[in-house]
Design a protein around this ligand. Structure first.
Ligand code: IPM
Ligand code: MN
Length: 355
């Protein structure tokens, strides 16, 4: 009997459903080709569902997601819902509940894709950000005092645990070794100001580094990383950083790889259920117009297959995407591709079937 995987699908808000539909189409095509089965189960969560029912992420859904092999997520965020409710209640809740402590964000400029960085090409922009995904400023520690008065106080604390930092740093070293490119791991921090949090990060990083003599290590402050990412992106191989800095630098990184339309990410628990998503938002203004680029969602599906143990099928997806980006799409931006969302999915499938 061929292998079977149960994939939970949360299309979510805005353009999420449109891009996820293309990802599923591509997943089905490679599964057929490689001889394994994928069972998809859809969950209706997000802004519309919340507005209609008041429900955000019920416990029975969590229980059901827990027994699947992976979660495939479109986008979360709705213009009629106050910012934070859905993001915290669905996206962050899932990351925390499933202890997906790694947020893996590959940054790769593919041939045929424009970068705003002058004189840099695919050979210069190819690195991976390993973002800690369950601690830091994202834990929601803090509170308000005298809310809404002139004496108001707001506190938001960054929580960093030795265990949390160590497992993230260790993952980054292992990943860097396995990736086997420059074999260089850069810690991105702010040791000159955040002298408690990044002291813990730096000490942990330097200790773990001793176990990886084959990996060159480097350190840069987060502000400097932003500068180097624009000036000398070729310096980076793997970057490891905390949750907040990782959030910020990966939006910058997404721009230098061509845009949100092709930036994919994975929320990984190496011993549990992981979740895969395009890193862009729900893009309300493009919703339902079939103009959004599904490549980020398709590349998220690629990382999913790699992570659940189908690297051959994952490579087929990447090879097909490479061809579509190089030979077919006019531009990767929404509305400028020369094809609809669905047609881009079809092109990827055609290349897979021809391979
Ligand atoms: C991301 C997003 C989320 C984050 C938001 C939507 C909560 O920006 O995945 O990068 O900050 O992690
Ligand atoms: Mn972000």
């Amino acid at each position: 009997m061929s292998k079977e995987y149960n994939i939970s699908v949360i299309p979510g808000d805005g353009t999420g459903p449109e891009v996820v539909a293309e990802g599923i189409k591509v997943l089905k095509a490679v599964a057929d080709k490689c001889g394994f089965n994928l069972q998809f189960r859809h969950y209706n969560l997000g802004g519309e569902h919340y507005k209609a029912t008041g429900e955000i992420l019920p416990d029975n859904v969590l229980e059901s997601l827990a027994v699947s092999d992976a979660i495939y997520l479109g986008a979360i965020g709705h213009p009629d819902v106050k910012p934070g409710i859905l993001e915290k209640g669905i996206l962050l809740k899932l990351r925390f509940y499933f202890d997906q402590y790694i947020n893996l964000r590959p940054v790769k400029l593919y041939e045929g894709v424009n970068t705003p960085i002058k004189d840099k090409g695919p050979e210069d922009i190819d690195f991976v950000v390993v973002r800690e995904n369950t601690e830091g400023l994202y834990v929601g520690a803090g509170g308000c005092l005298k809310l809404g008065t002139p004496d108001e106080v707001a506190v938001q604390e960054s929580i960093n645990t030795r265990k949390g930092v160590e497992r993230c740093v260790r993952y980054a070293f292992e990943y860097c070794r396995k990736r086997n490119k420059q074999k260089k791991l850069t810690l991105c921090g702010k040791t000159n100001v955040l002298t408690f949090a990044f002291d813990l990060w730096e000490r942990t990083f330097n200790e773990i580094a001793k176990e990886y003599p084959d990996i060159e290590t480097d350190y840069a402050h987060v502000d400097a990383i932003c500068m180097w990412m624009v000036k000398n992106p070729e310096w980076f191989d793997v970057i490891v950083t905390d949750n907040m800095f990782g959030d910020i630098i990966t939006d910058l990184a997404a721009m230098i790889q061509g845009g949100m339309g092709i930036a994919a990410g994975a929320n990984i628990n190496p011993d549990g259920v992981s979740m895969f998503e395009p890193i862009g938002g729900s893009a309300p203004k493009y919703t339902g117009k079939q103009v959004i680029n599904p490549i980020a969602a398709i590349l998220a599906a690629q990382i999913m297959l790699e992570t659940i143990g189908e690297p051959g099928a994952a490579s087929l997806i990447e090879e097909a995407v490479i061809k579509v980006l190089r030979d077919d799409l006019k531009d990767i931006a929404a509305g400028k591709m020369g094809y609809t969302t669905k047609e881009v999915g079809d092109l990827v499938v055609e290349h897979i079937e021809r391979e």
